[in-house]
Design a binder for this molecule. Structure first.
Ligand code: ZN
Ligand code: ZN
Length: 436
């Protein structure tokens, strides 16, 4: 125990830093510096290297102005997600409970350094995505708004992104590569800060994440076609879910993808790194047998020490909850919410392209895709309540009392006299029963 720490305060948590991570990060940065130095401006008259300004739209001043604006922008989005899930939707917290796995309570210098560095990498990555979205690879006019290049493109792009990311993430966990790159992201075994825990990564990993989503956009544009409205929605959902996956709530937030992944599934990956490598859909995890269902923190605790917790717990059988849908299906709401998002984005893109707000008759192009999406949302709604789901633990039910949590193999007793009563944990003793 640190004798210099004030009474009642623990000394600051200091964990050993593996130097291989920072060394490889420095090498990655040196490589980027070389690429930036050798890249030519994207537009004539611009002095910004093309790698930093792939759209060709920015000057040095606007580059730094937009860069500075993205920093509070991401923090505001993350804080809004936290308020929405915690204070408004009142989802239960999943980062509390008795467990040997400990969270990274305080960000240390190494974490702050990576986070600071990553603000720039994210901004440059975002610029490259925007350059793709503005390119001729996406369809921008309202008359090209269809089922394939919007809803199907959304599902295809994010599923392909997760399949490619699965392979990258799986190899990042291999024994020889792990200390050089991905170890940084796993410094926190129970993420709870949203953006700050999501972005606490090695710069190579950040760059790979952006490269994979750009590759997925390219593949989608070639296979299903990609309307710019869907592409902007994909970008927004991808970034938001990345933050939500690192929030500490038993949240229902997910995308309309097959076998959608929830934030608690990603928490399982941080706690048990051999499972749940995907981030948005668990398709690849299920194909390769690495999917693991969520278990609450105190549900896997192996604490033998007798201790009185005072916590009340439900008794009775573990219930099968009837109000559940098959794991392969997303919720109807996750599909339905895309309808106004796609339509609003398409109107904005059309207005920018044509210079005027589209007429009402032009919005008739929305009809077919919207009907298909509403039908699919209806199918998802019909699956609600069809699949019994086993709960992680007993839930309070009529006829079964709540009991205090007592460690396995112990009983709670009261000792003392008429004035003073104390609780005491005794090991359970075998009693001889006399058979009649
Ligand atoms: Zn993570
Ligand atoms: Zn990992």
């Amino acid at each position: 125990m640190d004798s210099s720490a004030p009474k009642g305060f623990l000394p600051p948590q200091i964990s050993a830093i593996d130097p291989r991570g920072p060394i490889s990060a420095a090498c990655t940065l040196a490589f980027f510096a070389l690429v930036v130095a050798r890249s030519v401006p994207s537009s004539p008259g611009s002095s910004l290297p093309g790698f930093l300004n792939p759209t060709g739209l920015l000057t040095w001043n606007s580059f730094f102005m937009f860069y500075l604006a993205t920093i509070p922008g991401k923090k505001i989005l993350s804080a809004s997600l936290d308020v929405l899930q915690g204070a408004i939707l009142k989802y239960a917290r999943i980062d509390e409970g008795e467990s040997k796995v400990k969270k990274l309570e305080v960000l240390e210098m190494i974490d702050v350094s990576y986070l600071t560095l990553n603000t720039m990498i994210e901004f440059v990555g975002l610029n490259h995505i925007v350059a793709f979205l503005l390119s001729s690879d996406t369809e921008k006019r309202i008359e090209s708004f269809g089922v394939y290049n919007t809803f199907l493109a959304f599902v295809f792009c994010l599923t392909v992104n997760d399949l490619i990311y699965y392979a990258f993430h799986y190899f990042a966990h291999s024994r020889h590569l792990y200390p050089y790159c991905h170890k940084q992201h796993h410094r926190n075994s129970i993420p709870f800060r949203g953006y700050l825990d999501a972005a606490n990564q090695h710069p190579f990993e950040q760059t790979s994440g952006f490269s994979i989503i750009i590759l997925s956009f390219n593949l989608t544009a070639k296979v299903t076609g990609l309307h710019a409205s869907a592409a902007w929605c994909i970008l927004l959902c991808w970034g938001t879910l990345e933050m939500a996956n690192h929030c500490p709530y038993d949240s229902e937030f997910h995308l309309p993808l097959p076998y959608p992944l929830l934030s608690k599934d990603h928490q399982m990956h941080h706690r048990i790194p051999g499972c749940n490598f995907c981030t948005l859909t668990s398709v690849a995890d299920r194909i390769f047998g690495t999917f693991r269902s969520y278990q609450p923190l105190d549900g896997v605790a192996k604490d033998d020490k007798p201790k009185f917790t005072g916590k009340m717990m439900a008794t009775g059988p573990v219930m099968l909850m009837p109000n559940s849908r098959p794991e392969a299906f997303p919720s109807w709401f996750s599909v339905a919410v895309l309808v106004p998002m796609f339509c609003a984005a398409a109107i904005i893109v059309e207005a920018i392209e044509s210079g005027s707000i589209p007429e009402l008759f032009e919005c008739m192009h929305f009809l077919r895709p919207v009907i298909v999406m509403i039908n699919f949302a209806g199918v998802c709604a019909a699956t609600e309540g069809t699949t019994p789901k086993q709960m992680d633990r007993p839930v309070p039910q009529a006829g079964y009392p709540l009991v205090e949590v007592v460690p396995e193999g112990h009983i709670k007793s009261f000792n003392g006299d008429r004035e003073v009563w104390k609780t005491k944990m005794d090991p359970v003793r075998m009693t001889d029963y006399k058979l009649d």
